[in-house]
Design a protein around this ligand. Structure first.
Ligand code: BV8
Length: 229
């Protein structure tokens, strides 16, 4: 087996202390998606959206990678073939665990974007709607995350990677958000072995040939051990 493509979601960072979206008490239980994760919501009330992401950015800098992130970094370092992590997460725990080949398809909390000129730069810990873009100086700065209705990042790399994958593994994602939720079916149809590692069956569980349920910090290191043996 040469190429492993891994899709991760909020569940892999849950044991590090970052909230998930759709679990009981999750982020969407406390914030209306349309207010904080859509361009329309940002246009309506940019300060509300900046406060939402400032709070998550502050939390993300205060937590550390868990055994699941570390196991994926070990897999990339020790596996004889290629390992690509496609993450829906906007935290940087994969990178802080040592993973190098990571695509943030929904953007990143540590990125800032100017929606006037498209410039992007390293986000300060706190962003405000009156911050000026360092290049065009417009007060048009936003978090560099992908909201509903916006095109995910890395599609030009992701699609070929799915087509070439020998194994596609989804970890800690509920399978509710597209296009990521369609990747298992797509990769499976193109010949990849599909594996679901999650706390419970996801919405697209039927798209996977193999399943292992449990806490990511337990089942991911065990799965990596099996691959490296
Ligand atoms: C796009 C912003 C076009 C960043 C997010 C109707 C039908 C189909 C699709 C659509 C439709 N209407 C609209 C759409 C498209 C829409 C969509 O999918 N809507 C859904 C809701 C129906 N998608 C889009 O708009 C996307 N863009 O489609 O553009 C396009 C398409 C292709 C090519 C070009 C253009 C943009 C989507 C991005 C939205 N941005 N967030 C942020 O704030 O973080 S979405 C948000 O959900 C996050 O990004 C998050 O990553 C993502 C997915 O959530 P999960 O990671 O899965 O988290 P969740 O809480 O749901 O699940 C956690 C899981 O972990 C659970 O299963 C739980 O059991 C498990 N777990 C918990 N603890 C643990 C655990 N597992 C293991 N161990 C544990 N300890």
């Amino acid at each position: 087996m040469e190429k492993i493509v891994i899709l991760t979601g909020a569940g892999i960072s849950e044991e590090s202390g970052l909230g998930t979206f759709r679990d009981a008490g999750g982020i969407w239980a406390r914030h209306a998606v349309e207010d904080v994760a859509t361009p329309e919501g940002f246009a309506r009330n940019p300060d509300l959206v900046h406060r939402f992401y400032n709070a998550r950015r502050a939390k993300a800098v205060g937590v550390v990678p868990n055994a699941a992130h570390l196991a994926l970094a070990r897999l990339e370092a020790e596996f004889s073939g290629d390992v690509l992590v496609i993450t829906q997460n906007v935290d940087d725990l994969h990178e802080r665990a040592g993973s190098r080949n990571v695509i943030h398809m929904h953007g990143a909390l540590n990125g800032a974007l100017c929606h006037e000129c498209g410039h992007h730069w390293a986000a300060p810990l706190e962003m405000h709607s009156q911050d000026a873009c360092p290049v065009c100086h417009a007060q048009a700065t936003r978090p560099n995350v992908v909201w509903f209705g916006e095109t995910p990042y890395g599609m030009d790399v992701i699609d070929p990677a799915l087509a070439a994958a020998d194994m596609f593994v989804a970890i800690g994602t509920s399978g509710n958000v597209y296009p990521a939720a369609a990747y298992a079916q797509h990769a499976g149809r193109l010949g990849a072995l599909t594996v679901e590692l999650n706390l419970e069956p996801s919405a697209n569980s039927r798209d996977f040939a193999e399943h292992c349920f449990g806490q990511a910090s337990e089942i991911v290191p065990t799965w990596v051990e099996g691959i490296l043996d």
